[in-house]
Structure formats: structure tokens, C-alpha cells
Ligand binder design. Structure first.
Ligand SMILES: C[S@@+](CC[C@H](N)C(=O)[O-])C[C@H]1O[C@@H](n2cnc3c(N)ncnc32)[C@H](O)[C@@H]1O
Length: 306
């Protein structure tokens, strides 16, 4: 028996949102959503139909679509995802934009290719890299600009499974500017002496930042499927960021001439909690908060320049 899309849709779009239904249908049938909407007479084979029904059941049990299909689009690139880390969120795409703009400014200030001053590489360090979505999106975008600037890139995560996932994504996207993905508690895997080699250091981090009360109110899609260790942080969600800023403070005391630009994704209510902590840990820094596309404060930029 063959199954027409219009009949399947009328049966199942009451159990899951139509948007999710078409994503799963598109995954099973390997046809685009646009094609499927335009061709309600399209038929699924018996096997495809039964696969679709089992995927709809998984979605009804709150499993995120990205874990069902194993993929998530982020900043126009396709990422493999799994339950070892967070599904990339659309608001994080603004972090990619902000870091790219910041890198453009720095690259403009570097000595020219013909200058006699030796050109040191820029360090780009993604802390809590997860699937590698932020760093790899930046590297893929930079490669389109055919830059002569040298980069030294690191993706760090405390979870070895997340690092394996990031490496898988790096192999698939194969950016021309290569990155090292290392299991690391914050910056620990990069030896201090390495920092002497860099012209400037650009640290980006979407570390766990949810306070426990907010996590408790998250939907089951999040609580039952994504690792709590990727989401929750002590001290009202600030503990990971605070520890990272402490490590940067030590590096700054060893290399006071080395410019640091730090970009952190935050929870909007942390705009009242972070200033005190930043001033205490990095008193020589300047910082400002930036909004995401929904006009909520979502990022802090901390500049530590000599
Ligand atoms: C909010 S997720 C972000 C994942 C990805 N960067 C993104 O934007 O979708 C936080 C990530 O930080 C990692 N993480 C948690 N504690 C860490 C630590 N102490 N050092 C390094 N990474 C950590 C988690 O394993 C998780 O992959």
C-alpha cells in the first residue's frame, strides 16, 4: 500500500506542529519541504511511511528534530549533532557575526604583508565548542575572504564526546584555515608559553550560563535530551564565565602587552551581575553588552588592550 502525503499530513499534523511534520517528511522522503508542499499527491513507500510514523512518535516524546535527523543548520552550514552537546541555537549566529566584524577590525590594523615587522598569527579560541558550530562557521566565512592573515585556532570542550563531534564536523566542512580541537577544562589544554607567539587573542565562548531556576523551567525537549552540563552553571549562571575570566587575568599578568578580545554569550539578566565580576577580575578592561536579533542582551564583549 502506498501512502499519499495529503492523507498522512491530515492524520499527523495534529500530533506535532506542521513545521516539524514537514521537516521529518523531508528527511524521510529526501525531498525538499517546498517540493512536498507543492506535491500533496506524492506517495511514500511502505518503509518510508513506517519510518516517518516512528520519527513522529519520537518527536511527540519531545525529542528535538535535530537529534532525530542528526543535523542542524547553523549560519548556513550543515552540522552533525548528537546528545553529547547542545543543539546550536539561532541566537548564537549573532556571535559569529560579532566576532567576524571584530576580526576584520584587527586584521585592518595589522602591519601590511610588505612590512618588515614579523606578522604573528591571531589566536582564535572557542571555549565550550560543542559541535564546533561557532568556530567552524567563522573559519568557513573567513576562507571566502582569501586572507593572508595567519590564524592559530583552537576549539576546546570539557567533553571528549563533544570534541569527537566537532572533529567530525571539521572533517565534513574542511575549512582551509585549520583548527585544533582539544578536550580541555576551559583554557587548560593550551600551555601558557604558546600565548607568546600570538599578535592578539580572540576568545569566544558560549559556555553553560543558565541558573538552576531557569533550567528547571526549560521545556522537556531541553531537559530530557540535552546535557545539563552544557547548560547549567553555578553562581546564578556566571561560574563558568567567572572562572574563564580568572584564567585570562593570569594570562594578562604574564603577557601585559598582548591584546585580548573576549566574546561571551550570556543570559539577558546577567547584564546586572557581570559588570562587578568583570571589573574585579579584569580591572584594566573595557566592556559592553550587545543584543541578539530579538533585541535581548545576549553577548558581552570585553576588550583588554595595553
Ligand atoms: C552551551 S554549550 C555550547 C555549545 C556550542 N558552542 C554552541 O554554541 O552551540 C556549552 C558547551 O560547553 C562545554 N563545557 C562545559 N563546561 C566546560 C568547561 N569547564 N570547559 C570547557 N567546556 C565546557 C559543554 O560540554 C558544552 O559543549
Amino acid at each position: 500500500m502506498k501512502h499519499q502525503i495529503q492523507d498522512i499530513a491530515s492524520l499527523h499534523t495534529s500530533s506535532i506542529p506542521p513545521e516539524d511534520f514537514f521537516l521529518l517528511l523531508s528527511f524521510v522522503s529526501r525531498k525538499s519541504k517546498e517540493y512536498l508542499i507543492a506535491h500533496p499527491e506524492h506517495r511514500l513507500s511502505e518503509i518510508a511511511y513506517h519510518t516517518l510514523v516512528s520519527l513522529i512518535r519520537r518527536r511527540m516524546n519531545h525529542e528535538p528534530i535535530a537529534f532525530i535527523t542528526g543535523h542542524k543548520e547553523f549560519y548556513g552550514f550543515d552540522f552533525s549533532v548528537d546528545r553529547t552537546t547542545l543543539v546550536p541555537r539561532p541566537e548564537t549566529e549573532s556571535l559569529v557575526e560579532l566576532v567576524l566584524e571584530d576580526l576584520d577590525r584587527h586584521i585592518g590594523r595589522l602591519p601590511s604583508r610588505h612590512s618588515s615587522i614579523p606578522r604573528k598569527p591571531l589566536a582564535l579560541i572557542d571555549v565550550g565548542t560543542g559541535s564546533g558550530n561557532i568556530l567552524l562557521s567563522i573559519l568557513k566565512t573567513l576562507e571566502k575572504k582569501s586572507l593572508s592573515t595567519k590564524f592559530s585556532c583552537f576549539g576546546l570542550d570539557i567533553s571528549s564526546e563533544a570534541i569527537a563531534l566537532a572533529k567530525k564536523n571539521a572533517r565534513a566542512l574542511h575549512p582551509l584555515i585549520r583548527a585544533r580541537f582539544l578536550q580541555s577544562d576551559l583554557l587548560r589544554a593550551i600551555p601558557f608559553r604558546t600565548f607568546d607567539r600570538f599578535a592578539s587573542v580572540h576568545i569566544l565562548a558560549n559556555l553553560p550560563y543558565l541558573k538552576k531556576e531557569l533550567y528547571r523551567r526549560c521545556p522537556p525537549d531541553v531537559k530530557e535530551y540535552e546535557p545539563e552540563t552544557a547548560l547549567v552553571s553555578e553562581a546564578q549562571g556566571c561560574a563558568h564565565m567567572e572562572r574563564l575570566l580568572g584564567e585570562i587575568a593570569v594570562l594578562h599578568s604574564i603577557f601585559p602587552e598582548l591584546p585580548f578580545d573576549i566574546w561571551l554569550e550570556i543570559s539577558p539578566e546577567q547584564t546586572t551581575l557581570l559588570p562587578k565580576r568583570i571589573r574585579r577580575l579584569l580591572p584594566a578592561s573595557q566592556f559592553d553588552f550587545q543584543k541578539d536579533l530579538t533585541q535581548r542582551y545576549r553577548f558581552v564583549h570585553i576588550a583588554l588592550h595595553a
